[in-house]
Design a protein around this ligand. Sequence first.
Ligand SMILES: [Ca+2]
Ligand SMILES: [Ca+2]
Length: 670
Amino acid sequence: MNGPLRRPRTLLSACFVLACGTLPGADRPNIVYILADDLGYGDVASYNAGSKIPTPELDKLAKQGRRFTDAHSPSSVCTPTRYALLTGRYAWRSPQKTGVLSPWGRPLIDKDRLTIATFLKQNGYRTAAIGKWHLGWTWPTHDGQAPASGQDRLSNVDFTKPVADGPVTRGFDYYFGVDVPNYPPYVYIENDRVQGIPSVTNRPEYNRPGPMLPGWDWGDVLPEITRRAEHYIEDSAKRPDPFFLYLPLTSPHYPVVPTAEFKGKSGAGDYGDFVMQTDWTVGRILDALDRSGAAANTLVIFTSDNGPEVSGEVRPGVYDRIRQYGHSSAGPLRGAKRDLWEGGHRVPFLTRWPGKIPAGTVSTETISHVDLFATVAALLEKTLPPAAAPDSFNILPALRDEPTTGPLRPATVHHGINGSLAIRRGDWVLIDAPSGDLNREPEWRKEEWKISSHQQPAELFNLKEDPQQRSNRYADQPALAAELKALLDQYRDRGRSTPGPDLQNDPASPSALSNTSREGPWKSGDLLAGNDAPKIARRPLTISATIKPTAADGVVLAQGGARHGLAIYLKQGRLIFATRVDATLKTVSAPAPPLGIESRVEGVLSSNGKISLLVDGKEAAAPVFSGFISDEPGDPLSVGRDTNSPVGEYESPFPFQGSVENATLRSTAP
Ligand SMILES: [Ca+2]
Ligand SMILES: [Ca+2]
């Protein structure tokens, strides 16, 4: 850039820097950030030559822009990824160190924290979030108690009142969507109002029970979000200010509900069809940008919030899909949603900005969704306050394919569902846990990939030599492992991973965020299904409750059913603790505590596989061998009754007469 052109160009840039705050110009592009839910690295055809799912719209986007092969969701599950994306701060620094927000969960983003939406608004942008929120709200209740729902009741939420502390209080001018498609309430929310009163309950066997709008159809959710997003783009394109559309899709997360046009169209079952519909949705958004004339000045990013789902709720999950359809949703990667292995968080990442991002190119730069904030700040040539976006790096050079002297991120932290962390630097990744497996990798996969187990306290992989993470190098690279661990500790302790003053992490407060902790305490009527239910397979555990019975029969607490599960119940004046291990029923029993008297009852499954019963801390029956529960049951945990299939010899739900309080289930991980 030497020679006669240099001076005028400098003048032009200076003019832009000074004046463009008030001018719509090429340096204030619209930003459309599309976040698919649980879409795997191998679900997009440009990432997986062997994919059984056509994704023509995403393939087109890849051709029009730049495709990243080493992009990471900040966490391997929903809530923490969304937190990090919108705040530029890793979610393990927030009160939510593990898991995701439960139904009716409270707001996770502190009201005083600068979000990317607030920042863009301060810089003249219109901002909207359309789709799945999953970052909490404050639900108003009739009784002033915490919001809740159960199988046999609607909820105590007052749906006639505004829902506080949602997206419109965290920097978005506009919101439309569902909080979480598989959580109650089953109703749309626009800004801070539910759209209609959810006055009926959904079928208990379908997703989580709770209040639902009459006529609610899960299949309408993705098309409705798509329509709203198209409308928002068309409307915004007519206005002078640039816009930021954050579009967290509800697909291909369960409920897997492809519409009729997509049914049977992929080669990978309903899930594949739903991915095709997701692809079509992206096409509609891109069409809306074209139609409205906004495409030329819009930065589009398409990615996913974590890797593909394992659980049966998507029928079949990622591993079974490989065997049933020959389609690998994680592509060549090891692991899935929840895991710390690459399959949990390495995700498709497609970008387009005509004339600014080179078309049809590929970047191998290691990037993370947490980088959006610093990248946008750099684009607008703004300096962020020192406490804002403490883990966000500017990735503009990678987007524009500009030469760089080294990696844009010195290192990147990955966050698994149980709060375990991993740190990636260059080709190496250290998983600071005995395994990156936070689901349960099937044995056939281990055999197929010739993976042998190890007894190391951590895992160290060289992703260049070993992209499938088969060979743990922890034992033969102790100095490198120690160095990475020290860097992770430094990032953790400093409250930030970017240069700047030290900051504080938030204390963990799961009970403040979730109304139903996985260990309890619960009371009669509580129900925990799916991922909210405690893990009970292959581990010693204790269930306990304070009961005051008024009849001789009824279930205190049950989880599971006639195949896998456990229950503590009264039957004909006996107190019984029962387990089902591969359908075999084992019980211990003792005389039931007297009616009308409060007692503490405990069922213990010990580390030697024996079950025993305690009443008020005293052993009430001799231990009997049961063995551990062999598999996680699909049936929920229910208190004061046994839902669906019965664990013991009674007819479900076999309700408890009297009170059950302070019920807990404590276990030790296997
Ligand atoms: Ca997700
Ligand atoms: Ca049951």
